[in-house]
Design a protein around this ligand. Structure first.
Ligand SMILES: Cc1cc2nc3c(=O)[nH]c(=O)nc-3n(C[C@H](O)[C@H](O)[C@H](O)COP(=O)(O)OP(=O)(O)OC[C@H]3O[C@@H](n4cnc5c(N)ncnc54)[C@H](O)[C@@H]3O)c2cc1C
Length: 399
């Protein structure tokens, strides 16, 4: 197992670090305070980065991306994750990144032309609509949204929520039941719904701890009221919705974990800077206090352990595929989300009252990343998966 990267890729990462310093961080405060007002400047910066080739790192060069391998993109994700707008400016935020991967792998030529290519060029935005307010998202086989076939069309009816970036998106990939009589994991399909289709009703941006966000940085409730789309908008075969969701979520969890480690590194950096500069007595700073040193040591160890665990999981995905690595994927999902929560919380604590203001990115991280232990499978569900695997031989030997 080796995690070294080529000298060319290391040189590219240096350039990305430089772009973070010169382009991303200077725009960050304005974006965190009012994303809508900051948008024109952000779009200008995003276009400029794209013109220099810094866009859609995970997509092949032939369609306008940077052509990175899975592991390389994971590595770059950590650097971009240091800022709340890093992935957005490099055109690989969730859910666009996952939607691009899905369309690239499973889309028809027509779907690629109409939806994937403009997405990679940064001309349009997308969202992914699976979770419903009235159904437990942690077991999505129970779903009320239906897509009823009428001739060459599907008629989609249902209500979704927590559709990230649904506000002002150009299209949604909607998970809907196409055959209620099929076995649970064969009931649903993924269907592309343009946001200008009659019956696509954006209800609201759901406030997250008081912050409703805007566009890319928001989560929407959407009603699909007898929306008609051609059958050719279905991705993959009918009934393959959950299979495609797994293909999308496994590798997606690696990218989330690496982004979270970027947030951890930034938070630890802020914690240390504050600790050495904040005087709490004559000639005494926070950094002189043993308990603060413990926070630092614990954070350092947890982040480094988490990174190695994520890399080894990514390596297994590369060599044996996402299915073979499913237990490790579940482990890193809950483990790294926990490290993220603890490290950001320690950094806030060390900043005192300043930590919960908008004067540092810490409050944004805290507000927007508490969901890390919930989305893409809550902790408890992933822990069940891991424990089931660990217990298997013991239960088998019990007979
Ligand atoms: C920030 C954010 C962004 C999101 N983005 C999207 C998106 O773009 N598209 C989309 O479709 N969805 C999205 N979601 C929704 C997300 O996928 C669901 O919230 C998640 O699947 C959990 O479903 P739920 O909220 O219905 O919780 P429930 O299923 O109601 O579960 C509630 C809690 O019960 C516990 N629990 C659940 N199952 C078990 C179990 N088997 N054993 C023990 N305890 C259990 C867990 O603590 C869980 O948190 C997003 C959510 C968040 C927070």
């Amino acid at each position: 197992m080796s995690f070294s990267f080529t000298p060319e890729f290391e040189a590219l990462l240096e350039q990305v670090r430089e772009k973070m310093e010169s382009v991303v961080y200077p725009l960050e405060d304005a974006a965190r305070r009012n994303f809508e007002e900051a948008l024109p400047e952000l779009m200008k910066a995003r276009d400029a980065l794209r013109a220099e080739g810094f866009t859609a790192p995970h997509m092949p060069k032939e369609i306008g991306g940077m052509g990175l391998s899975f592991l390389e993109h994971a590595r770059m994700s950590e650097i971009l994750g240091r800022s709340p707008i890093g992935h957005f400016l490099f055109n690989c935020p969730a859910p666009d990144a996952g939607n691009m991967e899905l369309l690239h792998q499973f889309g028809t030529e027509e779907q690629k032309k109409r939806f994937l290519e403009p997405l990679v060029r940064g001309e349009i935005r997308s969202c992914f609509s699976m979770t419903e307010p009235e159904r437990a998202g942690s077991n999505p086989v129970h779903m009320d949204t239906v897509a009823v076939r009428e001739g060459d069309e599907y008629v989609i009816t249902g209500r979704k929520w927590f559709t990230t970036a649904g506000h002002l998106a150009d299209f949604a990939i909607v998970m809907a039941v196409t055959d209620p009589e099929a076995p649970p994991h064969r009931r649903a399909s993924q269907i592309i719904v343009p946001a200008d289709a009659p019956g696509f009703k954006h209800i609201r941006r759901i406030p997250i701890m008081g912050d409703e966000g805007y566009g890319w940085s928001s989560h929407s409730e959407i009603e699909y009221d007898h929306v008609r789309v051609p059958v050719t908008n279905r991705i993959g075969e009918e009934g393959e919705g959950f299979k495609l969701a797994q293909e999308r979520l496994g590798p997606g969890r690696i990218h989330h974990c690496m982004r979270w480690l970027g947030i951890c590194e930034r938070s630890l950096d802020l914690l240390c800077k504050r600790a050495v500069s904040r005087e709490v007595g004559d000639g005494q700073t926070l950094a002189d206090q043993q308990v603060i040193r413990h926070y630092i040591a614990e954070s350092r160890a947890e982040i480094d352990a988490a990174r190695l665990y994520v890399y080894s999981t990514a390596d297994k995905i590369d060599k044996q595929g996402a299915y073979a690595a499913r237990v490790e994927i579940s482990s890193i999902k809950f483990f790294v989300a926990g490290v993220l929560e603890r490290v950001v919380d320690r950094a806030i604590q060390v900043h005192g009252a300043l930590g919960i203001t908008e004067d540092t990115p810490l409050s944004w991280f805290y507000r927007h990343e508490r969901g890390a232990r919930i989305y893409d499978g809550p902790d408890e569900v992933h822990k069940n998966t891991v424990a089931r695997h660990v217990l298997k031989p013991y239960l088998a030997s019990k007979g």
